[in-house]
Design a protein around this ligand. Structure first.
Ligand code: ADP
Ligand code: ASP
Ligand code: MG
Length: 455
């Protein structure tokens, strides 16, 4: 049994969905469970509608819902006949429900995280039905399973965590058997609390759903079908002619994802590692390309650096307290604060009396700074970016930092960190310097390629 996850662009139109049905057909004998994202940019639009409604702008919200309804009715219905009428009805019913919810929110003028999840999940609720009907129309027996029945989560709406033990049990009972005889189709991104409230796993969470399903049914492989040829040596929006990394370890892929490679949700590797299931990244527009295979161990590679990741919109906090000279407890006080405000720190460097750290979530930053100022001086620098060189061999290869900093000798480097995992050499620079820096680093580290690992 395998899991095949198709991202938003892979199901954005009739044409794309036809490609999906042919890819699924080619793997039919492996008993696929198909996990789909919302069609195209539906989730963004749904969240826009939610925000408009929450701000009391009823008409603006309803216009967005109308656009989405039209898109689904045009692109979601590739087939004719009775089945098409049934799907048409399903789509209309979902949008009537959405109209009512949006009107209600606009009256109250308030948007809770719980309502946001109810709205955001509509994209995957619909796309999973659309793909089920498309597979059936192509002669592939398909069954729809509502993910909210089998993926249980805590109640941290918009960022819910799966309750893995219960979820794995439900997946075994409800999905495994069904997949013996039909292609099971599920919506990614969403789950539900034990008392039945819809939750979502955070933006980009359908990859995570796929790996939870894969671990739950003990899949032999988890395939993530997307719009690029695999994990690339750099973000293609910065380096359009980067190289495909054919093979990479779980640890390297996790580090890439965490530091900005949007191609994979950072939590995706966790369930796969736990159950030792390989993850493949593949291009739904070019299924003949081999993609990237993510496995427990890295294959031997002559290049120390496998990929360059970067994360924009980073803020540096410089925290300095001369009162803390020679005193203990400085770091504890700082981290207690970040814990209390549920804000994660990406990178850190310290000296005896000062700490510099980076955050990407700005939501609670003013409150955090206010509290920090009770015991320290704080300065804040916005519009920074983290750049990371990632590769298991970085730890064994002398001179990587030397080469990197030589290349960047005219760039002002604000922080440096070689992570505890030692497969990551990261540094912080101004966002404005990011593109030339990544370009120069890419040229330095990927002008010669080990053909066993790179395309
Ligand atoms: P999907 O909708 O299929 O989940 P995403 O947009 O979430 O697709 O992720 C795919 C995108 O990730 C690519 O189109 C690419 O722009 C971006 N990306 C960023 N860094 C990398 C990288 N190192 N390798 C491949 N893709 C990357
Ligand atoms: N549709 C969701 C999002 O856009 C989940 C996903 O695509 O992975 O965030
Ligand atoms: Mg994605």
């Amino acid at each position: 049994m395998i899991v095949m996850k198709f991202g938003g662009t892979s199901v954005e139109s009739q044409e794309a969905i036809v490609r999906v049905t042919e890819i699924v057909r080619s793997y039919q004998r492996k008993h696929p469970i198909v996990v789909v994202s919302a069609m195209g940019k539906t989730t963004n639009k749904l969240l826009e509608a939610a925000v408009e409604a929450g701000a009391g702008r009823r008409e603006q919200a309803l216009v967005i819902v109308d656009q989405l309804r039209a898109h689904h009715l045009v692109h979601g219905l590739p087939l004719a006949g009775a089945a098409s009428a049934e799907l048409d009805r399903f789509i209309r019913t979902h949008f009537e429900w959405l109209d009512d919810l949006v009107k209600g929110l606009a009256v109250v003028g308030e948007l809770s995280p719980r309502s946001m999840d109810a709205i955001a999940s509509v994209g995957e609720r619909l796309s999973s039905l659309v793909v089920t009907f498309a597979l059936r129309a192509a002669g592939i027996p398909a069954q729809h399973v509502d993910s909210r029945r089998v993926i249980l989560t805590d109640d941290r709406f918009t960022q819910a965590q799966p309750l893995l033990e219960e979820t794995y049990l439900l997946l075994k009972e409800n999905v495994r058997c069904l997949a013996e005889t039909s292609v099971v189709v599920m919506g990614g991104f969403m789950g539900a609390t034990k008392d039945g409230h819809t939750t979502t796993l955070g933006r980009g969470g359908s990859d995570y759903s796929a790996s939870i399903v894969g671990a739950g049914i003990d899949a032999e492989e988890i395939q993530i079908w997307t719009d690029v040829d695999g994990m690339l040596t750099a973000d293609p929006r910065i380096i359009p002619d980067g190289h495909r990394v054919k093979s990479i370890s779980f640890a390297e892929a996790a580090e890439m994802a965490y530091f900005g490679a949007k191609v994979l949700h950072p939590a995706t590797v966790l369930p796969a590692v736990e159950k030792n299931i390989p993850v493949l990244i593949l291009n739904s527009r070019r299924p003949e390309v081999g993609g990237t295979r993510i496995t427990p161990d890295a294959v031997d590679c002559r290049n120390a650096v496998k990929s360059i990741s970067c994360k924009r919109g980073i803020t540096i906090l410089n925290i300095r307290s001369t009162r803390m000279l020679m005193a203990h407890g400085f770091l504890r006080r700082i981290f207690e604060l970040f814990d209390r405000y549920a804000t994660s720190v990406d990178m850190l460097s310290t000296s005896e009396v000062s700490v510099s750290l980076t955050v990407d979530n700005q939501e609670n930053l003013p409150l955090i700074c206010e509290e920090l100022r009770h015991f320290a001086d704080v300065s804040v620098e916005h519009e920074q970016a983290i750049v990371c060189l990632i590769g298991e061999n970085i730890r064994h290869t002398p001179g990587i930092a030397g080469r990197a900093f030589q290349v960047l000798h005219t760039t002002n480097i604000r922080m440096i960190s070689q992570g505890a995992s030692r497969l990551n050499l990261g540094f912080v620079i101004a966002d404005a310097d990011l593109e030339p820096a990544v370009f120069a680093l890419h040229e330095e580290f990927f002008s010669e390629l080990d053909p066993a690992v790179f395309d």
